[in-house]
Design a protein around this ligand. Structure first.
Ligand code: SF4
Ligand code: SF4
Length: 639
């Protein structure tokens, strides 16, 4: 939270980001321990909590992955503390291994509490997928609530801590991009006195899921009790006439979009809207009671038809069983992507025949023309001076030199931008964090089945600690043939420069042991080569060298700090880089601006010659070595 926000926070209504509202609610609930691995749209939760950590005596950490974050938070809860673990949707898959067990055991007898915040990314704005974490609550036997707006997020997370304590289980709070990154006015509650909670794990009691069947029954009994509570929860609300024949049931972002659409169509007095915030266990009686008078039900939600399926299930076998439940499965709402006011208008229009007169095509065309003039479309590409651009350039050269027959597997991070048209499109397969080495590990055994091409897997430094290590150990142990490249830019850059085990400081910016990728790999007994990606020739040579070695696991660390990290530390450019206009061949060549594509490189629309935008160029000098005519010149800048 910004200084201004925290100053006013004690007494006033303030304007907060959704993730900040969650932080405020957690602080009001007296959270003692918070952990996460960064992932958009969840990252601000730990970042903002880290600002409060010292003054409020809270342990805040960036854990090496989401499972570790949940295990730490689970242990804190077993020790009687209030804990929070946060992640994005993709991270929940990593954490479930622990969370499925933890909901069977509960949190022990010490009165601790634990809230797991999962921030989904409908529309996959900054994710490889838009998987819907709401299914996972049922799978994990854990309660889940979902706020509708920023103000409710603050209140709801407080309630989640209470619920967790009372029912001895962790509680999921599901957020989503429009909530986590939306802002609104929030009325604040009082903060408890800042003091460290007293940890008291009960060493005499085992907390383990063995006797899984017995624990399963206990978890089901717990969920049955929570269901009773959810049936009358104040977070579930009804708007509209009691005798509405058309009932909209909405959750999350669907609530605001539904209300907006009803207002635009002038239907608020005719159509009912049931806002559902307690998603699992599902409040079936509440839905049945509201469905009784309805002749049609429309469900507004985003991504998967989770609520829709649960509503149908709830009505099955009741007198409302024949009421049509419409939504995604009926085609009234698209199956993928976010719910928007337009989508809600469209669905309601189909059912009521009412239409809303929007701004019209001419207006939209004019708007597009104006924004096209104002904005330059550059596509998705690396920042000026990003070492990954140079790394992939070197990889491209090395692969071509090997006759092009190299299979490249990728990981998740800034280097994922390689797969977009503005990248080098080197990666053949890209999945989850750690999958780079896991996939390569499999491909590295294919020589036994008649396929013997070089395999290169690529990860970043943060993902190396997150999930690559176990895969690397497995690849070495099983003697896979592969080259593993760590693009070590000393940053978790894509999500906002959060600390990780290799940077030498922790979530609060305090000094921390620096775990060196090179030493760690050397300790595993495999050959390790280090090269600088900005020395493109050297990096290409190093890549070709490790590929030529042929057998077993070989590691190449392409090490160069992210330019944003370097600039923050150095406050100066290393080089002044200019294009010698006499030497530049312009469109005859175009290598720098149309192939290397650093956004600081410009093309003169008249002459076709290249130039460099000094204000955008951090002076990395990498483009100098890609110019075939030595037209890009670098001069050292005096310190
Ligand atoms: S030196 Fe060249 S590659 Fe580096 S940021 Fe400037 S223009 Fe881009
Ligand atoms: S690569 Fe060199 S010659 Fe080619 S356009 Fe760029 S500056 Fe000019």
């Amino acid at each position: 939270m910004s200084e201004q926000k925290t100053k006013t926070a004690e007494t006033q209504k303030v304007f907060l980001l959704g993730n900040e509202a969650l932080v405020r609610g957690a602080l009001e609930a007296g959270v003692d321990y918070a952990s996460a691995y960064p992932g958009t749209p969840s990252s601000e939760i730990i970042e903002r909590l880290s600002h409060e950590a010292k003054k409020r005596g809270i342990h805040v950490e960036w854990s090496s992955n989401e499972k570790v974050a949940c295990e730490g938070a689970g242990a804190a809860a077993v020790a009687g503390l209030g804990s929070l673990a946060a992640m994005k949707n993709a991270g929940l898959a990593v954490a479930l291994d622990f969370l499925t067990h933890c909901s069977l055991t509960g949190l022990g007898d010490q009165g601790g509490s634990m809230v797991v915040v999962v921030c989904d990314d409908p529309d996959a704005h900054s994710s490889g997928d838009e998987t819907d974490s709401r299914w996972q609550a049922r799978f994990a036997y854990a309660p889940m609530l979902e706020p509708t707006n920023v103000a409710e997020a603050r209140e709801m997370i407080r309630y989640c801590f209470d619920l967790s304590r009372e029912y001895d289980c962790y509680v999921f709070l599901r957020s989503y991009t429009r909530l986590s990154h939306g802002s609104s006015i929030v009325e604040l509650g009082p903060l408890p006195e800042a003091k460290k909670g007293q940890a008291h794990p009960d060493c005499s009691a085992a907390v383990n899921p063995y006797l899984g069947k017995v624990h399963h029954v206990m978890a089901l009994e717990r969920l049955a009790k929570i269901k009773e509570v959810f049936e009358t929860s104040k977070f579930n609300e009804y708007f509209g006439p009691e005798d509405a024949e058309l009932l909209v049931i909405a959750s999350g972002n669907g609530v605001s979009c539904g209300r907006e659409a009803l207002e635009m169509l002038g239907l608020e007095d005719q159509v009912g809207l049931l806002k559902l915030a307690t998603l699992w266990p599902f409040p079936t009686e509440l839905v049945r009671a509201r469905a009784k008078q309805a002749k049609q039900i429309l469900v507004l939600e985003e991504v998967d038809p989770v609520v829709e399926v649960l509503v149908k299930d709830a009505l099955n076998g009741t007198e409302a069983a024949s009421v049509p439940v419409l939504g995604k499965e009926s085609g009234h709402v698209p199956m993928a992507g976010e719910i928007t006011p337009d989508r809600a208008l469209d669905a309601l229009g189909k059912l009521t025949g009412k239409t809303h007169q929007g701004p019209g095509e001419a207006y939209q065309a004019k708007l597009k023309q104006i924004t096209d003039e104002m904005l330059i479309s550059r596509g998705l590409t690396w920042c000026p001076g990003c070492p990954h651009r140079a790394s992939f350039w070197a990889l491209d050269k090395a692969v071509k030199a090997e006759g092009g027959e190299v299979y490249v597997t990728g990981d998740i991070g800034c280097y994922t931008l390689d797969v977009f048209p503005e990248g080098k499109c080197q990666m053949n397969m890209l999945h989850a964090m750690g999958s780079s080495i896991g996939l390569a590990s499999g491909l590295g055994q294919m020589h036994k089945f008649g396929w013997d091409k070089p395999v290169v897997s690529i990860c970043g430094d943060s993902t190396f600690y997150h999930a690559v290590l176990p895969g690397l150990v497995s690849a070495i142990y099983n003697q896979a043939n592969l080259v593993h490249v760590v693009l070590d830019n000393s940053a978790t850059a894509m999500t906002g420069f959060q600390a990780h085990a290799g940077v030498g400081y922790n979530a609060m910016g305090e000094a921390a042991p620096k775990i060196d990728v090179v030493k760690l790999c050397e300790a595993l007994g495999v050959p390790v080569t280090v090269a600088d990606p900005f020395d493109i020739r050297g990096a290409t040579k190093a890549l070709r060298g490790v590929m030529a070695e042929g057998q077993g696991v070989r590691i190449l660390v392409l090490r160069r700090a992210c330019e944003l990290v370097r600039m923050k530390a150095d406050k100066n450019k290393p080089y002044k880089v200019v294009v010698n206009q006499d030497k530049c061949k312009g469109e005859e060549c175009g290598t720098c601006y149309s192939k290397f594509r650093c956004p600081a490189l410009l093309k003169d629309p008249v002459t076709g010659k290249a130039s460099i935008r000094e204000d955008a160029c951090p002076g990395c000098g990498a483009c100098a070595s890609v110019c075939p005519f030595k037209a890009i010149e670098i001069q050292e800048v005096a310190k």
